[in-house]
Design a protein around this ligand. Structure first.
Ligand SMILES: *[C@@H]1O[C@H](CO)[C@@H](O)[C@H](O)[C@H]1NC(C)=O
Ligand SMILES: *[C@@H]1O[C@H](CO)[C@@H](O)[C@H](O)[C@H]1NC(C)=O
Ligand SMILES: *[C@@H]1O[C@H](CO)[C@@H](O)[C@H](O)[C@H]1NC(C)=O
Ligand SMILES: *[C@@H]1O[C@H](CO)[C@@H](O)[C@H](O)[C@H]1NC(C)=O
Ligand SMILES: *[C@@H]1O[C@H](CO)[C@@H](O)[C@H](O)[C@H]1NC(C)=O
Ligand SMILES: *[C@@H]1O[C@H](CO)[C@@H](O)[C@H](O)[C@H]1NC(C)=O
Length: 288
């Protein structure tokens, strides 16, 4: 209804000076693209379907109409809204000086392409638009980066290329606040979010590695200590360890020895023979 009212108003007053408001709002792309928000750039949803089905335009939707993006910072929103009925809107606030002084208009326009290049429904390759992909560029309507850490708002507009008049426009996006970086070296790279994530991952991995090394060290120390203790016991030889066992559990060992002795070949050494005879002498004594 509002749209119809506006169109009627436009026709009745003066067709050339009115823009058709379109009830669409640009926003940060919901897809999982890397670096969709950085310190100076942002990836927005596509303007596909924003301006479809509009009639009575001063440009032709299938041949001449163009889609542009307005990027604005704080007062740039009201500055653009004051300028948007003027022809040659593309020259009102050229990019290189758009944010450089306190008298700058703080908005700039970038051409995305012909309306027909953004068909509805969305086709692959037109699903999003990255603001700032030309870096800190120098032509009036290049796709320049935004001032680092700024809060910006965006609007897609349909432009008649004959005299660069705005024939239709979307709503302003919400405030989109870019990342503010402490490291000035990273101003121009578009991967601030990714490198921050990498730093976190690296830190976590390092902690795990340190923990693992500590555990290995503890295990190594433990193993070395235990081996030393075992060696201390075993140093006097296997015969003595048998002796300690014998003291703790005398009866089973004595029985084994008694049974083992006769099976061994006799008379190989005189000592063995002696011990055998000793047992023999003792045995009848206990039985008696
Ligand atoms: C711009 O050109 C169109 C024709 O392409 C004309 O209808 C319109 O009135 C012009 N607007 C201005 C502001 O000159
Ligand atoms: C376009 O303008 C014509 C008259 O110039 C009018 O009959 C028609 O209803 C308009 N179409 C729309 C969609 O406003
Ligand atoms: C737009 O251009 C195409 C191709 O030149 C033409 O067929 C169509 O009628 C034009 N539409 C309008 C509204 O002028
Ligand atoms: C703009 O900057 C100039 C100096 O560069 C200063 O004198 C002036 O007061 C500033 N204006 C505003 C509105 O901040
Ligand atoms: C672009 O570079 C100029 C000169 O180095 C600088 O003054 C300006 O702030 C830069 N623009 C942005 C948006 O970083
Ligand atoms: C955007 O932020 C500005 C201050 O930077 C504030 O005045 C304005 O109300 C905000 N707009 C919205 C839609 O949040």
């Amino acid at each position: 209804m509002a749209l119809l009212f506006y169109v009627v108003l436009c026709l009745s007053v003066w067709t050339g000076l009115c823009q058709i408001p379109v009830n669409n709002t640009p926003e940060i792309t919901p897809s999982s693209l890397a670096a969709k928000l950085t310190s100076n750039s942002v990836i927005l949803t596509s303007p596909s379907c924003y301006f479809n089905g509009l009639g009575n335009l001063s440009c032709n939707s299938t041949t001449t109409c163009e889609i542009w993006l307005v990027s604005a910072k704080d007062t740039g929103v009201s500055n653009y809204d004051a300028d948007n009925k003027m022809p040659y809107i593309d020259t009102r606030s050229p990019y290189p000086t758009a944010f450089s002084s306190n008298t700058s208009k703080k908005y700039f326009l970038t051409k995305l392409g012909l309306q027909k290049a953004y068909p509805c429904p969305i086709v692959a390759g037109t699903g999003y638009f990255r603001v700032g992909s030309d870096g800190n560029c120098s032509t009036p309507n290049c796709n320049g980066i935004l001032p680092v850490g700024s809060t910006a708002r965006f609007k897609y507009v349909l432009i008649n290329p004959a005299n660069k008049t705005v024939v239709a426009e979307s709503l302003w996006s919400n405030n989109i606040t870019l990342y503010s970086l402490k490291d000035p070296e990273k101003i121009d790279n578009g991967f601030a979010g990714r490198s921050a994530a990498m730093i976190v991952i690296t830190a976590i991995l390092c902690s795990f590695l340190a923990l693992l090394l500590l555990l290995l060290l503890i295990m190594l120390i433990y193993v070395l200590c235990c081996r030393k203790e075992k060696q201390e016991i075993q140093v006097p030889g296997s015969v003595r360890t048998y002796d300690t066992h014998n003291l703790k559990e005398p009866s089973p060992y004595v029985n084994h020895a008694y049974e083992d002795e006769p099976q061994r070949p006799t008379a190989t050494s005189p000592i063995r023979l002696k011990s055998y005879t000793d047992y023999d002498l003792k045995k009848p004594a206990t039985e008696l």
